[in-house]
Design a protein around this ligand. Structure first.
Ligand SMILES: C[S@@+](CC[C@H](N)C(=O)[O-])C[C@H]1O[C@@H](n2cnc3c(N)ncnc32)[C@H](O)[C@@H]1O
Length: 225
């Protein structure tokens, strides 16, 4: 695993969780919509794969709503998964791997991801969407909760100003915000419209944006069947 982003997260794992609610202003609505999106699947999911699972925040939300789920957490940063293991214990399986190769073999009833796929270049996102499609059972669901690019430069500036204002209103210091801006320079955000196109091209007939608050959006796609 040589990906720069994963190495960065390995170094920062211990400090990852504390500022989440400040830096993701619609935290509850965002993660809540990702969990609610699982209802699109043909059956209640049991085998759920979390891509770029990090310290397990999204899986924790999934398990709170669906305790029957048997989650697998996939991430390139072992230290992030160590934090997830502290959080979730033996309720989950942990796999270190690269999103360029994901998903690991399995017939997944749901694949979920939060704030991770934007670390990939657009071509790699598209390739990942196709592999996720192929790894799902018929009627399986893919939920991608993401930080997204605005459709125009003017809107992007508006999103950025909103994000900074809301993070600081929730207690983010100037230093915390500046560090977050430095990290975001490495992100490869894509618009909701492009990602929905790529999901349909990957073979998902049903793809939609179920939640959007400025630069935070939850996309869902269901495999036929
Ligand atoms: C911002 S964190 C999100 C963690 C978690 N999903 C959440 O909602 O808090 C992004 C995660 O993606 C992982 N990641 C980034 N690029 C990756 C790659 N190429 N392969 C595997 N994991 C990667 C990082 O290690 C990190 O844990």
């Amino acid at each position: 695993m040589t990906d720069r982003a994963a190495q960065h997260f390995d170094r920062e794992a211990a400090d990852y969780d504390a500022p989440r609610r400040r830096l993701v202003p619609p935290f509850d609505g965002f993660y809540g919509a990702a969990v609610a999106a699982l209802e699109l699947g043909a059956t209640p999911p049991r085998r759920v794969l979390d891509l770029g699972a990090g310290t397990g925040l999204l899986t924790q939300h999934v398990l709170a709503a669906r305790p029957d789920v048997r989650p697998t957490l996939f991430d390139g940063a072992p230290a992030m998964l160590d934090r997830a293991r502290e959080r979730l214990g033996d309720a989950a399986t942990y796999v270190v791997g690269d999103l360029h190769d994901a998903p690991p073999p399995g017939r997944w009833e749901a694949v979920v991801s939060a704030l991770a796929i934007h670390h990939l270049e657009d071509d790699a996102k598209r390739a990942l969407f196709a592999r996720v499609h192929d790894g799902l059972v018929p009627g399986g669901v893919f939920v991608n909760a993401e930080q997204v690019l605005a459709p125009t430069a003017r809107l992007q500036a508006h999103y950025r100003a909103w994000h900074e204002r809301e993070a600081k209103a929730r207690g983010a210091t100037d230093a915390e915000w500046d560090a977050s801006v430095r990290r975001m320079r490495h992100d490869r955000w894509a618009t909701v419209a492009d990602q929905l196109d790529w999901l349909r091209a990957a073979g998902f007939p049903d793809a939609a944006c179920l939640f959007a608050d400025h630069c935070f959006a939850v996309l869902v796609a269901r495999r036929s069947g």
